[in-house]
Design a protein around this ligand. Sequence first.
Ligand code: OOG
Ligand code: NI
Length: 472
Amino acid sequence: MAARHANTDDIRDLFSRAMSDMYRAEVPQYGTLMELVADVNAETLRAAPQMRARLAQSGEIERLGVERHGAIRVGTAQELFDIRRVFAVMGMHPVGYYDLSTAGVPVHSTAFRPIAEQALGRNPFRVFTSLLRLDLIEDPALRAEAAAVLSARRIFSPRVLELVQVFETDGALTQPEAEEFVRESLETFRWHSDATVDLATYQELHRAHRLIADIVSFKGPHINHLTPRTLDIDAVQAGMPRRGITPKAVIEGPPRRNCPILLRQTSFKALEESIVFRCSAGDNAVGTHTARFGEIEQRGVALTAKGRKLYDELLNSVRRDVQIGPAGSNASTYETELSDRFQSFPDDWAELRSRGLAFFRYSATETGLASSRHGGLPTTVEELIADGFLQFDPIVYEDFLPVSAAGIFQSNLGTDEQKNYAAQSNRAQFEAALGAMVHDELKLYADAERASLKRALRQIGSAQVALAHAGS
Ligand code: OOG
Ligand code: NI
C-alpha cells in the first residue's frame, strides 16, 4: 500500500491556488484586482523599510502573495456538516460564530481556517461559510419549497466524500489522492449559469430575500468572492477606479492608523450574470442573477477582549450617529467621525501591549540570546523588554468582523434589503448542524502569545522567574 503522507498544509495551498485560478478565469476583474494589490504591496514595502522588517520578523512577508479568503453559503445542516469534513482534509477548522440575522441577513456563519502558527505561515487560506436559516423565511409554503429543492441536491461528488472517508480513517491521503481531492472538490465551488429552479420560483425566493435565491436556486455553493490582502487598503480603494473598478462607498472596520488593528475591508459590486432557468414546459427561460463580487482586505493586530470591547464601542457610536445613505451619501462625514473617535484608541505598539489591548508574539533579541550564558537577568517581562532582551511583534488578526461582514453582504444585495430579523442568534443550532464546536478565536490568540513568551524566556534562560510575572 502506498504511504499516506500528503501534508494538509500542502493540500490547502494547492486548493487555494486552484480556486484562485478558477476564479480568475471566471471573473476577470478579480485578476485586475490582484495586479493592483500586488503593485500597491510592492510600493508600500519599498517605501516603508520598517514595516518590511516587522513583517519579515513575523513571517508575514512570505505568505502575503498567497494570502486570500473566500466565501460560500450553504443551504442545509448536512451540507455544513460535510463541508467541515472537506475543509478538515486541508487543515481548515471552524473558528468563531457570526450571527448575521441581526443585520438583516438570514444566515449564521463561521470561518474555516488553519489554526497552528506554522500552518498559518504556510498559507492562511480562510473560507467564510454561511448557513441559510430557513426558519427566517416567513411564508410557510415558500419555506417548504426551498427546503425541498435543497434536500434534492448533492453539492459534493461521491468521490470527494469517499476521499474524505479515507482521510478520516487513515489520517492522511497519498499524494495522488490529494491531487484528485483538490481537482474534485473544486467542482463544488464552481459557478453554474443554469439554475435548478424555474424563473417564477427564483423570483419568489428573491422577493423573500436575494440571498435566499442565491443559496437555493443553484447546484452548489459557488464561491462568491476571493479576497487578496493588501498592506494599504486606502491606496487600493483610490486606485480601483483607474483600473475600471468601482468600490463601495466606505471601507468597513477601523480607520486608517499607524498601527493597524483587526481588519479593514472594501468590495466592488457584484456582476450581473445571465442565467438559464428551468421551465415547466420543458424549454428554458433566460434571466440574470448577481452573486459574485470582489473584495480587498488589510489585516492588523488581533485585539484582546478588552481591546475588542473598545473597538465595538467606538464603531457603534459612529454608526449610531452617522448613517450612510443608499447612494453613498455621508461617506466622508462617516470617515471623519471614525478617525476622530478612534483617537481614543492607542496607536502605538508599546501602549497597545502595556494596556492589554492587543496580542503580541514575543521573541528573544540578539542580546537576549547572548545573555543566556551569563545569567543575572531582570526578573519581569516589562524589564526584559525595557532592557532589550525581549521584543514583541503584533499577532495578525486571522478572523472576521460581524458588522463588517454584514456591510459586505449588504453592499452586494442592494440597499433596499435592510430588515432586521427578530429571531435570536442560534449558535447551539449552528454547532449541532456543523457537528462540532467552533474554536474560540480569542483563546487561539492568547495561546499563541503565551507559547511565544514561554519559548522566548526559555531561550533567554529566565523561564523560572519571569513566567510567574507573565501570567499576572
Ligand atoms: C460573505 C460576506 C462576509 C467578509 O469578508 O466579511 C465576508 C458573503 O457574502 O457570503 O466575506
Ligand atoms: Ni469577504
